[in-house]
Design a protein around this ligand. Structure first.
Ligand code: NAP
Length: 247
């Protein structure tokens, strides 16, 4: 399992949750990992230490990926240090949940800015490099909320549905240069994001009758980003959701 030996992966929002598990999974494949974070520098350093302590390579780079100048600095920083980017995982995300009638424009905008515009900014910057390399794998993290809607998440559902349309278009634009672009749609995964939301009520909607673990999502991301067996998969949405969405 060292499909990414000599390759470089950027994981946005890798200090915690699904991003953290993904950084560790890609490092296990031999990738040098850029651990992006917004404010949790201690947690990001801990991810780097876990990787380097295991014989791998990683650095933590702070950037708010909803901001174009900070995305450019992040990608420039990775290129200066490692000279190539083979994998981009657009994972950073936030929620600002409230019902539509109470939703403030700031709550709408903050979620769109990170969860959708951030994906655009990082993909645009990295695709220039991958186009020159004539290879690359991009994995965007969407959500079941973007597929089926969820009361209280008009902003989040819109952003995540947008990520799916974005994924399909960019997959078509980059396919001729050997770059795959896919999305992963987690269901209810146990992370800081969902800590306060756990309720027996939710389990009724999950056929497998349990919450998911970050590592279970990371395993799908690892497959799409690293496996030769995923080389013919592009423009797809892979659900890791215990059966919540069956299309
Ligand atoms: P999480 O535990 O809350 O972690 C969020 C990560 O995003 C943290 O590393 C955080 O960094 C980073 N982040 C926040 N704002 C950022 C910014 N402006 N720029 C860069 N990084 C930023 O979230 P999670 O549950 O692992 O979710 C990861 C992804 O999966 C998100 O896209 C989320 O929408 C999606 N998802 C999650 C679930 C679920 O059930 N958990 C379900 C479906 C989809 P700091 O530590 O520095 O704040």
């Amino acid at each position: 399992m060292v499909e990414l030996q000599g390759k470089v992966a950027i994981v946005t929002g890798a200090s915690r949750g699904i991003g953290r598990a993904t950084a560790l999974a890609l490092a296990n494949e031999g990738a040098t990992v850029v651990v992006n974070y917004a404010s949790s520098s201690g947690a990001a350093d801990e991810v780097v230490t876990a990787i380097t302590g295991n014989g791998g390579n990683a650095i933590a780079l702070q950037a708010d990926v909803s901001k174009a100048d900070q995305v450019d600095a992040l990608i420039d920083g990775a290129m200066e240090k490692y000279g190539r980017i083979d994998v981009l995982v657009n994972n950073a995300g936030i929620t600002r949940d409230t019902l539509l009638l109470r939703m403030k424009p700031e709550e709408w905008q903050a979620v769109i800015d990170l969860n959708l515009t951030g994906v655009f900014l990082c993909t645009r910057a990295v695709s220039k490099i991958m186009l020159k390399q004539r290879s690359g794998r991009i994995v965007n993290i969407t959500s079941v909320a973007g597929q089926m809607g969820n009361p209280g998440q008009a902003n989040y559902s819109a952003a995540k549905a947008g990520v799916i349309g974005f994924t399909r278009t960019v997959a078509k634009e980059l396919a001729s240069r050997g770059i795959t672009v896919n999305a992963v749609a987690p269901g209810f995964i146990e992370t800081d994001m969902t800590n306060d939301l756990k309720a027996d009520e939710i389990l009724k909607y999950i056929p497998l009758n349990r919450y998911g673990k970050p590592e279970e999502v990371a395993e799908m991301i690892r497959f799409l980003a690293a496996s030769p067996a995923a080389g013919y998969i592009t423009g797809q949405v892979m659900n890791v959701d215990g059966g919540m969405v069956m299309a």
